[in-house]
Design a protein around this ligand. Structure first.
Ligand SMILES: Cc1cc2nc3c(=O)[nH]c(=O)nc-3n(C[C@H](O)[C@H](O)[C@H](O)COP(=O)(O)O)c2cc1C
Length: 200
């Protein structure tokens, strides 16, 4: 009888431990489609600081993006310095959320490194990296938003000047990152009419 009770308790503990482990696993690694559909532009941040490890993880995800002929025509400027974030907030008309963000990534496109040296391809490749960054941010429980720099000449010049980015390099966007207040919600953008099966 004692043995049965003992084995039952052990079995119960194993079930509980598995449950906890599964729950933890779910928390740290939601599946890709869940992350994609939960991604949203986050413009409200709590002020809690983002770790250096997370920023490296995020940029690594950016570098995992596909590029034409695998040229990887990009560089990433990671900004965490408060005065620099404030300067960006002032320079960019639609990036005022930077005043509460704890970090930002400037995704830079490099035409001369792109397939056939084309600006368009550098921009496409760097846009792929930017989306990977936004997805990685969401998967880490952080928030971010793409704020536009390219193709606005004034904004590109302002960002280049402040961060010593050479003339030939294109600052594509500035992505403020921080812990979300959870005010920003994902939008349902599915539209059946935008799908064409087989032919337009
Ligand atoms: C090329 C591009 C430029 C954008 N520029 C800005 C911007 O300057 N400021 C901003 O707050 N959001 C900007 N956004 C974010 C869009 O407003 C946002 O993605 C769109 O409203 C859809 O919302 P969602 O990201 O929550 O799905 C930009 C997005 C893209 C792709």
């Amino acid at each position: 009888m004692k043995k049965v009770v003992f084995l039952s308790v052990v079995a119960l503990l194993v079930v509980i431990a598995c449950g906890i482990l599964c729950a933890q696993n779910e928390k740290t690694s939601p599946d890709a489609l869940t992350v994609i559909h939960n991604r949203k532009s986050v413009r409200h941040f709590t002020g809690k600081s983002v770790s250096r490890d997370d920023l490296v993880t995020i940029v690594k995800a950016g570098m995992a993006a596909p590029t034409a002929v695998n040229m990887q025509p990009w560089s990433f400027v990671i900004v965490t310095d408060r005065p620099s974030l404030d300067i960006l907030a002032k320079a960019l008309p639609y990036a005022k959320m930077l005043d509460k963000a704890n970090a930002a990534i400037i995704v830079c496109a490099i035409a001369e490194k792109a397939f056939q040296g084309k600006v368009e391809i550098a921009i496409i490749d760097s846009s792929c990296a930017s989306e990977n960054i936004l997805i990685a941010v969401e998967s880490l429980g952080l928030g971010a938003v793409w704020t536009g720099v390219y193709p606005d000449r004034e904004r590109m010049d302002a960002v280049r000047k402040e961060f010593n980015i050479p003339e030939g390099i294109i600052p594509l966007n500035v992505i403020p990152i921080g812990y979300p207040t959870n005010e920003d919600k994902p939008k349902d953008k599915f539209k059946e009419e935008n799908i064409h099966w087989e032919k337009w």
